[in-house]
Design a protein. Structure first.
Length: 596
């Protein structure tokens, strides 16, 4: 890691030396992009209560090094969305200290960002938060395909043009994944619609070329490389399509999928587009170096290169940290507030192998809060634990990561079964021998949203309120056998049940209700019979406060079968996912099966 950083800095020194020898005919521009920062502003992790691996404080150190070497006027600093949500400090400024400038605006302004693109989790905060944040930023906020339904024009700026060293004109076009209605309730994005990215990118780049006459055209897309939700009208992740189909981009920075990426797409005319994704939590930045030469009064790109720079070993910028010292200490004190106590340590790792104390605590509280018949939930943190003893506000961001609302929806027994069938098809392998994997694994360790699974781990829902088995020797669609209601009453596939579910899922997130349960997307709204006024984490906090002390245990209402295969397979897969030193599962597994 240290070697990588030294090499990177050597390259920057070389670029500076070359630049000084250009004598005005050539110039170099450095484009630096962050993406999916998710509140990782400072070198302190408010959730883990320890120093943070990444952080904008370390990014600041890198940016200052580059600016000092080649000059402020040769550096363009960009952010690619999903900055308003993640750490407790984000929540504090979004919803608690609403009369002060948002910390995300303060950070971008202090670091002198040149432009930012809106992300889906930024919109998730609601109009009151992101409209205020937009007005507090000193840099343009972009989103060409985010359309104001009243005016028909972009709700945010579609693009901006920045003039840098020697008059180099850099046009930056922002785009947001159009899949927002599949995740967020309409109230959060009222008055807005979302256009398909590829056609909007083509139309916008044509306008930019005609009006701005840029020397460099940059895409700043909060949309992944490929995959995600696909409908007849749009793709969630379309960066690859734009790079291949829309000519004119020189560099595309993209994000949303939390996956590092560095590639070059070459068009038939010989032009290339550099495509970079630094992933999430301010652990890396994407760096594009563009060398230009001036011919006949116009700059032409002579050479460009890209790299992903790991900033985790850099020291945090001391001036940055000192500037925000009071804000950091204030949120440390707020997030350390004790709300209750747990008698036992709970771990999200247990959630993937059967009924677990971590996930079942949330499910049980959902049932208690809503008085529903059944509840659905997935672990939102891949590998975290909340230790026995005092429970703080910060711990609740481990238990429940996002600011989802809580819904009650009317679903039939058949839809509930189909929903679970899709969830377990995403999650489990079809075992053909005792030596097979229990879980559906893949080489995705570097993908923080999959973390070794083939599919997105936050879509692995299990249920409470029903007793059921998941037979992993059966094909997808036939794995789940619902035995009874946990109350002892019969389960009826033709009966309607009240189901507690988070707003992300209730609006179509993960497609478990649409592709899984078979409910048309435009019919989901009509199934909602109750909505919470505040985010789900708020209600979980209130329940723990009321209880004072809790002793979370697995509900024991579901398991994988045949156990002769699944128990040894679970032990093997747990070692693959979490390492050989994890001994907690055998203890928990033994307890669970004694109970059964």
């Amino acid at each position: 890691m240290k070697r990588f950083i030294i090499v990177t800095m050597t390259l920057l020194t070389t670029s500076s030396a070359v630049l000084s020898a250009h004598k005005g005919s050539e110039t170099t521009i450095k484009l630096i992009a962050t993406s999916d920062v998710h509140g990782a502003f400072f070198a302190y992790d408010f959730l883990a209560k320890q120093p943070a691996k990444g952080s904008m404080a370390r990014v600041m150190t890198f940016v200052n090094n580059v600016r000092n070497k080649i000059g402020n006027d040769a550096v363009c600093l960009l952010d690619n969305g999903d900055i308003l949500q993640g750490q407790p400090i984000s929540y504090y400024y979004n919803y608690v200290q609403t009369n002060r400038d948002n910390i995300a605006a303060e950070v971008l302004n202090f670091m002198k960002y040149d432009a930012a693109t809106i992300g889906n989790h930024d919109l998730e905060t609601g109009h009151a938060v992101y409209d205020k944040w937009k007005n507090e930023l000193t840099c343009p906020l972009l989103g060409a395909n985010v359309i104001n339904t009243r005016s028909g024009r972009p709700y945010f700026l579609p693009y901006t043009t920045i003039v840098k060293r020697n008059g180099v004109r850099i046009s930056i076009i922002g785009m947001l994944t159009p899949a927002i209605p599949n995740w967020l309730e309409e109230e959060l994005w009222s008055g807005i619609s979302f256009e398909e990215i590829v056609s909007c990118a083509q139309r916008t780049i044509d306008e930019v070329k005609k009006k701005e006459h840029p020397d460099i055209i940059v895409g700043l897309f909060h949309s992944g490389w490929n995959g995600g939700i696909k409908t007849e009208t749009y793709d969630e992740d379309a960066a690859e399509q734009v790079a291949k189909q829309v000519q004119g981009f020189d560099v595309i920075f993209f994000g949303h999928d939390h996956t590092i990426h560095n590639s070059v797409v070459k068009h038939e005319d010989g032009r290339t587009v550099l495509c970079l994704n630094p992933a999430n939590n301010a652990m890396r930045v994407a760096l594009a170096t563009v060398r230009l030469v001036k011919r006949k009064g116009r700059f032409e790109i002579k050479e460009k290169s890209g790299e992903l720079v790991d900033v985790r070993k850099l020291e945090p910028d001391s001036v940055f940290e000192e500037h925000f010292k009071n804000e950091i200490n204030e949120v440390k004190a707020w997030s350390a507030e004790e709300i209750g106590r747990f008698k036992e340590t709970i771990s999200s790792k247990d959630c993937y192998f059967g009924s677990s104390a971590f996930n079942d605590l949330i499910l049980q509280l959902e049932l208690d809060i809503t008085h529903s018949d059944i509840a659905f939930n997935a672990p939102l943190q891949f590998n975290t634990e909340i230790k026995a003893g005092p429970i703080t506000i910060a711990d609740m961001f481990k238990l429940y990561k996002y600011e989802n609302g809580l819904y009650v929806m009317r679903l039939t027994g058949r839809e509930i079964k189909q929903y679970l069938e899709m969830s377990y098809a995403l999650w489990t392998n079809t075992m053909r021998s005792a030596d097979d994997h229990l879980l559906l694994l893949a080489n995705t360790k570097n993908d923080s949203q999959r973390a070794g699974f083939k599919n997105l781990a936050f879509n692995f829902d299990s249920a409470a309120g029903i007793d059921y088995e998941v037979d992993v020797t059966k094909p997808n669609g036939k794995k789940v056998r619902i035995i009874r209601m946990s109350s002892g009453e019969p389960f009826d596939e033709n009966k309607f049940y009240n189901v507690a579910i988070n707003s992300y899922r209730g609006n179509g997130g993960g497609e478990l209700l649409t592709k899984g349960a078979g409910i048309a997307h435009d019919a989901l709204k009509g199934r909602i019979v109750w909505k919470s006024e505040r985010d789900q984490r708020y209600y979980l906090i209130e329940e723990i406060k009321k209880a004072g002390e809790m002793n979370p245990k697995p509900l024991g209402n579901w398991k994988f079968v045949p156990e002769k295969w699944t128990i040894p397979a679970a032990l093997r897969d747990r070692k693959l996912l979490f390492g050989d030193n994890d001994s907690t599962f055998q203890k928990n597994d033994s307890t669970f099966h004694q109970k059964r």
